[in-house]
Design a binder for this molecule. Structure first.
Ligand code: GLN
Length: 277
């Protein structure tokens, strides 16, 4: 069987199961199987796939049909140009979260004094480690309520050759000190949205996704508590879902943030809220 034929077999199976990106999924899984990039796969259509690789590829296709995300099958996900280890202990980094990183980088660019950054609900560490790697002078620390996420975070530190302290903490409760910037991509899906994903067998951790009835439970606690952990003129920068910004803006005003702004993701949807104390 050729690369093209294997891709076509995978794509057909994924299309029949109504997956969103059937060709891309097939391509990434075949690239993973053969230890090649997806660009190599796309450029090598007529090349043969050996029997052993075909068996591996077909078993990955079967697992993808069980609704396991491609990133868990590959064990890695690209974020801001780097590869992060991911598995069911952590949320898979989303491209939308790069908007949060960009927002923080532009804050740093506009006002270079901020030195200390703490990333809450850090998971794989994609935000914290990216900020540290992009700006090595920053003092970055991170926390998460999940000890399993802490394990993945530390593996990512080793893999990317960066040292960022991890604190096991329910939001800021065990995090000492104050910070110039606090970042967070907290769980913000509504219980209903999460229940639909869980019913479809989606394996990402509940603790990383489910944010209560309207998805705002963790946010409300976070906004209230973060004020005491922000340095003067410090920023709280959080990712949220497009429909949540009015409620978040009001909560920030109530918590005495002096200014609140919103930035949009690449699809033009409201995605990141920035509050300054
Ligand atoms: N953006 C994620 C999703 O839609 C949710 C991430 C989160 O809850 N922090 O699946």
């Amino acid at each position: 069987m050729t690369i093209n034929e294997a891709l076509s077999e995978g794509r057909t199976a994924f299309t029949e199961h109504h997956l969103e990106t059937p060709f891309l999924d097939a391509c990434l899984l075949l690239a993973h199987t053969l230890g090649r990039t997806k660009e190599y796969i796309l450029a090598s259509g007529p090349d043969p796939v050996d029997e052993k690789s075909l068996v591996t590829f077909r078993s990955l296709v079967a697992r993808r049909l069980e609704n396991i995300p491609v990133s868990y099958l590959r064990g890695v996900k690209e974020f801001y140009g780097r590869e992060f280890l991911v598995d069911p202990r952590v949320l898979v980094p989303r491209p939308d979260t790069e908007t949060l990183v960009e927002t923080v980088l532009s804050l740093l660019h506009a006002r270079p004094e901020p030195r200390t950054v703490h990333d809450l609900c850090t998971g794989s560490g994609c935000i914290a480690l990216t900020l540290k790697l992009e700006n090595p002078y920053l003092q970055v620390s991170a926390s998460d309520i999940s000890p399993e996420a802490g394990e993945v975070f530390r593996e990512n530190c080793r893999r990317l050759g960066v040292s960022v302290p991890f604190i096991l903490s329910d939001l800021l409760s065990s995090v000492p000190g104050t910070f110039d910037i606090i970042t967070a991509n907290p769980p913000y899906l509504t219980d209903e949205e999460y229940a639909a994903m869980a019913a479809a067998g989606w394996p990402e951790p509940r603790v990383a996704l489910a944010g209560g009835l309207e998805g705002l439970d963790i946010f409300m606690r976070l906004i209230e508590k973060s004020v005491a952990s922000l340095a003067p003129k410090g920023y709280l920068v959080c990712e949220a879902a497009p429909g949540q910004f009015e409620a978040l803006g009001k909560a920030m005003e109530k918590a005495h943030f002096s200014s609140v702004e919103v930035t949009r993701d690449l699809a033009g949807r409201e995605r990141v809220i920035i509050g300054q104390v």
